[in-house]
Design a protein around this ligand. Structure first.
Ligand SMILES: Cc1ncc(COP(=O)(O)O)c(C=O)c1O
Length: 435
């Protein structure tokens, strides 16, 4: 097979193509490679296959929909599944966040949320609110909006001349000296939210449209919010008329043992971005849940018969994605998968923290069905240990994710106790062989 034509995303292309790893099928908790090896999926793909792979009811819903209505526009037209999917998603959001805008990815959901925030302030006569506040180490996808509010230096570097203007960042919340090996939410760090007050004062509160954070930062290597931190962000946003956007592309649909992180932490943001597990990643789909008053303000500001928001995608609520979403949300409900995640979280916590003392391990963190193990970087070769551990685990039949020297775990919510044990026993075995 000629691998040269495909420019692979977020991949060391030359390194990968010198020794490719191919997945050719998947079922339940397992991938299968081109050589027929079974690989336990410790990451739910990219944090997205929450119900496990190739679930028959989702497959059937997509097949049925492809035969019945392959595509229909959502601009000045509609199809029933788009409305049904919006209703089903809305019913899982915190009370009041029941207006749903569909996109096709997390990145598009984030861009949509930023635009909705600007449109809202303009509609209420505060069009000068154009600043966004993100957070260091935040990941909000790869659109220009997302990398601007995002705080992952590598994702911004090559594009730094073209980022959105008027963006500032909160400090990230990881301090190993204070919180290493915390189980669940660290007790230290709520005060880091108070930096928002300083940043807001610097730019003037009247200039700020929204604060955008992942309630639990995933892609940067799993940063669990300190106890009380998100509450303080909410209070400061309220004080200054700033919208709070939770980017729940990873956390929505059960990852923490509740429908959303907002529900888990009992904090109501104004907008929630989501994607990934919305339809078990079977067809690309993203969405923004919008507080009704924000939606109504934008809608009511436009003249009758006028388009209220000049924004949308050809594939917004694509019929196949919508069909997959409805079937997925049925499955989550029928199998009680959010509650199952909550039930399994203590086993995940116990197994991952059992790696304390394994070679190179300098921190372990976890919440719900997410966990991470941070390795000390090899002197002069940051990231090498993370990559080699990932490779070794793959050879041993387990898929883990790595970001630099952080190993991340986010298995499908159908995982069982034996598979959790296998996952971390494999990581322990791999760590013993990585120099
Ligand atoms: C919090 C968050 N936001 C946005 C995204 C971007 O999603 P996508 O890759 O679907 O554009 C991700 C992807 O991992 C994410 O974790």
């Amino acid at each position: 097979m000629d691998l040269s034509q495909l420019w692979m995303p977020f991949t060391a292309n030359r390194q990968y193509k010198a020794a490719p790893r191919l997945l050719v099928s998947a079922q339940g908790m397992y991938y299968r490679t081109e050589t027929g090896r079974e690989i336990l999926d410790g990451t739910a793909g990219l944090w997205c296959v929450n119900a496990g792979h190739a679930r028959p009811s989702i497959v059937a819903a997509i097949q049925r929909q492809a035969a019945q209505l392959d595509y229909a526009p959502l601009f000045q037209m509609g199809h029933p599944l788009a409305f049904e999917a919006a209703g089903r998603v809305a019913s899982l959001m915190p009370p009041g966040l029941d207006r749903i805008f569909f996109a096709n990815s997390g990145s598009e959901a984030v861009d949509s949320a930023l635009k909705i925030a600007l449109a809202y302030h303009r509609a209420r006569g505060e069009g000068q609110r154009t600043h966004f506040i993100g957070r260091e180490r935040g990941y909000h996808g790869v659109g220009f909006g997302g990398i601007s509010v995002g705080g992952i230096a590598g994702n911004r570097k090559a594009f730094s001349g073209a980022l959105l203007p008027h963006v500032d960042h909160l400090p990230h919340t990881l301090d190993l000296a204070q919180m290493a090996f915390s189980r669940g939410q660290p007790g230290w760090g709520a005060h880091l939210a108070d930096d928002l007050e300083r940043i807001v004062a610097l730019h003037d509160p009247s200039s700020i449209a929204a604060v955008v954070v992942e309630p639990l930062a995933g892609s940067t290597g799993v940063l669990v919010p300190p106890k009380g931190y998100l509450e303080r962000l909410r209070a400061l946003c309220d004080r200054h008329g700033i919208l709070l956007v939770f980017d729940e592309v990873i956390t929505a649909f059960g990852r923490l043992g509740a429908a959303t992180a907002a529900e888990y932490f009992n904090i109501r943001p104004d907008l929630i971005t989501m994607a990934k597990a919305i339809n078990n990643a079977a067809v690309p789909m993203g969405a923004v849940a919008v507080r009704r008053e924000v939606h109504d303000t934008v809608i009511d500001a436009a003249a009758a018969g006028a388009i209220e928001l000049f924004h949308g995608y050809t594939y917004s609520a694509h019929p196949l994605a919508a069909a997959a979403a409805i079937a997925t949300l049925d499955l989550y409900r029928d199998e009680g998968l959010f509650a199952r995640a909550a039930m399994l979280a203590p086993a995940l916590e116990q197994s991952v923290h059992a790696l304390r003392g394994a070679p190179h391990v300098q921190d372990i963190r976890n919440l719900g069905m997410v966990a991470a193990v941070e390795l000390a970087p090899r002197p002069g070769a940051p990231g090498a240990r993370g990559y080699e551990t990932f490779l070794r685990c793959f050879e041993l039949g387990v898929l883990v994710r790595y970001t630099g020297d952080v190993l991340a775990f986010s298995p499908p919510l159908i995982i069982d106790a034996g598979q959790i044990a296998q996952l971390f026993a494999t990581v322990a075995q791999a760590l013993r062989t990585v120099p």
